[in-house]
Design a binder for this molecule. Structure first.
Ligand SMILES: Cc1cc2nc3c(=O)[nH]c(=O)nc-3n(C[C@H](O)[C@H](O)[C@H](O)COP(=O)(O)O)c2cc1C
Ligand SMILES: Nc1ncnc2c1ncn2[C@@H]1O[C@H](COP(=O)(O)OP(=O)(O)O)[C@@H](O)[C@H]1O
Ligand SMILES: [Mg+2]
Length: 162
């Protein structure tokens, strides 16, 4: 499919930004927290990275690199009016990290954003995405991105600042 080809040509896509507050639905309603990026980061995405659900790697500040899933779009279930980019990291953090720098490497595409008839079906779709992402990220071509200089640079930059 030409559209999918177009998406893949831009991957991996690397970006970083400060974590901002969203609508507070991720943890409370879904049990799946998502670290939201500011508007500028979302606006700076290449115009042809389509909305949808992707997977890849993420780190907070100079911390360890973990598997992640990221949703880019308007959250049709909630009918948001602003495009958002939200990352769920497959790791249990001791505390929230609002205001910190989130580093993400998007390596693959999972599916388009969808509307759902119930909160339960949205939650089970997201849980399915998480399981699928965990599996796909074990492929050697994806594992090597975890070691990319992008994440090393984020460590040295922040450490030099102290
Ligand atoms: C992997 C993943 C898949 C998602 N898929 C959808 C989707 O198909 N449709 C949708 O409306 N929202 C989807 N969402 C977005 C959730 O609705 C969103 O994370 C939630 O509204 C939290 O928003 P908040 O950060 O503003 O609290 C997805 C989120 C993640 C992390
Ligand atoms: N594993 C995780 N992945 C993403 N964010 C997490 C995680 N654990 C804790 N958080 C925190 O939870 C916040 C997101 O929760 P969420 O309910 O989506 O709120 P918001 O609507 O403000 O984005 C993140 O900004 C981060 O500080
Ligand atoms: Mg969120």
């Amino acid at each position: 499919m030409p559209r999918a080809d177009c998406i893949m040509r831009h991957l991996p896509y690397f970006c970083r930004g400060q974590v901002v507050r969203g609508f507070g639905r991720g943890s409370k309603q879904l049990g799946i927290p998502t670290a939201n990026f500011p508007e500028q980061v979302v606006d700076n995405l290449p115009a042809d990275i389509s909305t949808g659900i992707y997977y890849g790697w993420a780190s907070v500040g100079s911390g360890d690199v973990h598997k992640m899933v990221v949703s880019i779009g308007w959250n049709p279930y909630y009918k948001n009016t602003k495009k958002s980019m939200e990352t769920h990291i497959m790791h249990t953090f001791k505390e929230d990290f609002y205001g910190e720098i989130l580093n993400v490497a998007i390596v693959g595409y999972l599916r388009p954003e969808k509307n759902f008839d119930s909160l339960e079906s949205l939650i089970s779709a997201i849980q399915g995405d998480i399981e699928e992402a965990k599996k796909r990220l074990e492929l050697p071509e994806h594992l090597k991105i975890k070691e990319d200089n992008f994440f090393q640079v984020s460590k040295s930059k922040i450490m030099n600042g102290h």
